[in-house]
Design a protein around this ligand. Structure first.
Ligand SMILES: [Zn+2]
Length: 247
């Protein structure tokens, strides 16, 4: 059975922070959603590959995913190679998602930048019949980029107000990645992680509030598409169901 949306992250816990609310909302509306982590997270400062795999399962449960899977690309060494493109192509052809979510192409972590390039290339290449992987060619309708550390002007913002509690619950599933109450505050630098600093949930909430404010709702997640969005009927697109509050 094909998926409606498949989100790729470099590491387990990436996707939950950047598009977790949107995936939860889609699943609640009856769409089939999935997450593929390109690595097992074995190089992560906190936890271990085994612990992170269990946390990945728990987060998938909270998000109501139909599919969740970890690939075996080495953590910290995601390279844009043909071999890795074939791995991503294989996932896209196996799950046939209409929408693919990918990390934004500019990021602090090289794995995130390379994951962005890999997923975008693979989404195109998966549609070429002569690239043989043992499965039928398939090209997603759209690759949608998620905002990490570096900000972009979003193409659109998804209202996640109703599911924000569940988004935070999915992130909390990654207990090994949290800052402990008695732990010293890490120095900014290579050992620092986004959610390993105290107060990180507050920062995620602040960000989601900020983008929610841009569309006049409590919480929102921003997304970017490279192409102009095609609208065949603007009167219908911005019709009575379109709820826009002027910020
Ligand atoms: Zn990551």
């Amino acid at each position: 059975m094909s998926l409606d949306a498949l989100a790729f992250g470099a590491h387990a816990d990436d996707v939950e922070m950047v598009c977790g609310g949107t995936l939860i909302k889609l699943a609640a509306m009856g769409y089939r959603t999935g997450v593929v982590a390109l690595t097992r997270g074995e190089t992560g400062t906190r936890g271990s590959a085994e612990i992170r795999a269990r946390e990945f399962d728990a987060a998938a449960e909270v998000m109501g995913l139909a599919v969740h899977k970890m690939l075996d690309i080495p953590d910290g060494r995601i390279e844009v190679t043909w071999e890795n493109k074939l791995k991503v192509i294989a996932e896209i052809r196996a799950h046939r998602p209409r929408l693919v979510f990918a990390p934004y192409w500019t990021d602090r972590h090289p794995d995130h930048e390379n994951a962005s390039q890999l997923v975008r290339a693979a989404a195109y290449l998966a549609g070429l019949q002569k690239i043989e992987t043992g499965r039928e060619a398939f090209r997603p309708v759209k690759v949608i980029f998620c905002q990490g550390r570096f900000e972009f002007a979003p193409s659109f913002v998804v209202d996640i107000s109703e599911v924000h509690d569940r988004k935070l619950a999915a992130i909390r599933a990654y207990a090994s990645q949290f800052h402990g109450p008695d732990e010293p505050v890490p120095e900014p630098g290579p050992g620092e992680t986004l959610i390993g600093r105290p107060g990180f949930l507050g920062r995620i909430e602040a960000r989601d509030r900020r983008f929610g404010a841009q569309i006049g709702v409590e919480f929102g997640e921003p997304f970017l598409v490279r192409e102009a969005l095609r609208v065949d009927d603007p009167a219908a697109f911005f019709g009575p169901e379109y709820r826009w509050t002027i910020p």
